[in-house]
Design a protein around this ligand. Structure first.
Ligand SMILES: [Zn+2]
Length: 308
């Protein structure tokens, strides 16, 4: 019997695994991320994780078998096969080493762009038989600009992003950490960035299949919390309390116009303005044959560093 909802059903075994991972996050336990995005508990070795998740799932597709990897026109891999690296020396200098490290740990496609690089990173947080999440990740050559990523639980003509909870406004890119967390800096590299995306995907999957967001979360303002938070989730004000025991009552009593004004002042747009940019969706729909430019997509949300 398959249980679940949304675009992908999970076997009872994978659902149990997801429930345990989410409960660990909710109890603020550390998880670790292995190759391919496989997520394990702090105490597990990689082979134990594989043994735990793979039993009974062996007939399913193995990790890193995503259709996108076969179908995409892949300038980086193609040139790598010819004994070269990137087409341009500037890209090779800026990204060559880091991309090769990323590709050792995650299924990776890379596409050169005038301003940097697009990388499609495939992650299987629950291992074989579980969902494959494809993160379309934009990395700007000026590394003072933080990378942005969009998470797809399905690519191809019926491409589908993961839910919008904990994505940025208005471009709906993944919000895996806030700068105040100091969770990631460019010096930590793209593997660590992909690991953060993977843990975000586990939380998103937990919410999709089990119903709430596990673990501490940040949520600015009454409107955002009221629309996105469940009572049993952690409150977004970092108070160490559940939402129901903290801001929920005052958020529900807040009248709408000031709440909307507060939101607009903080995010520069309305709550309803958030959506995945058309060119990003088109890239996933065409299995990365039609890629947007970084300029096109990153311009939708101001970065600290402006493009020339
Ligand atoms: Zn609170």
């Amino acid at each position: 019997m398959l249980v679940g909802c949304g675009s992908m059903d999970l076997s009872p075994k994978l659902l149990n695994r997801l429930a345990s991972l989410g409960q660990a996050l909710d109890n603020r336990q550390q998880l670790q991320v292995f190759d391919g995005g496989l997520v394990g508990f702090d105490c597990e070795t990689e082979s134990e994780v594989i043994a735990n998740v793979a039993q009974g799932e062996a007939r399913r597709s193995p990790i890193r078998s995503g259709a996108g990897q076969r179908a995409a026109s892949d300038t980086w891999r193609r040139t790598a096969r010819q004994g070269h690296n990137f087409g341009s020396e500037a890209h090779e200098r800026a990204f060559g080493t880091e991309l090769r490290i990323l590709a050792r740990h995650y299924g990776t496609l890379a596409f050169e762009d005038q301003h940097g690089l697009w990388a499609v990173v495939s992650s299987n947080p629950l291992g074989p038989g579980g969902p494959q999440i494809n993160f379309l990740t934009g990395v700007i050559a000026d590394r003072r600009v933080t990378p942005r990523a969009w998470a797809f639980e399905r690519i191809g003509v019926r491409a589908k992003t993961m839910a919008l909870k904990h994505t940025n406004f208005p471009d709906a890119s993944v919000c895996a950490f806030v700068p105040e967390d100091r969770a990631w800096s460019p010096g930590e590299g793209l593997v660590a960035y992909a690991d953060h995306l993977t843990i975000w995907a586990v939380k998103q999957l937990y919410r999709e299949h089990i119903g709430s967001w596990p673990g501490p979360q940040f949520g600015f303002g009454a409107l955002y919390r009221k629309l996105e938070f469940q009572p049993q989730e952690w409150c977004g004000c970092l108070s160490d309390k559940r939402y129901a025991d903290c801001h929920q009552a005052s958020d529900l009593l807040a009248s709408d116009p000031p709440a909307h004004t507060e939101f607009r002042a903080a995010f520069g747009c309305d709550y309803s303005d958030r959506k995945t940019p058309g060119p990003v969706l088109e890239a996933a729909r065409t299995r990365w044959k039609r890629m947007p430019t970084l300029h096109q997509v990153f311009s939708l949300r101001p970065a600290k560093i402006e493009f020339p």
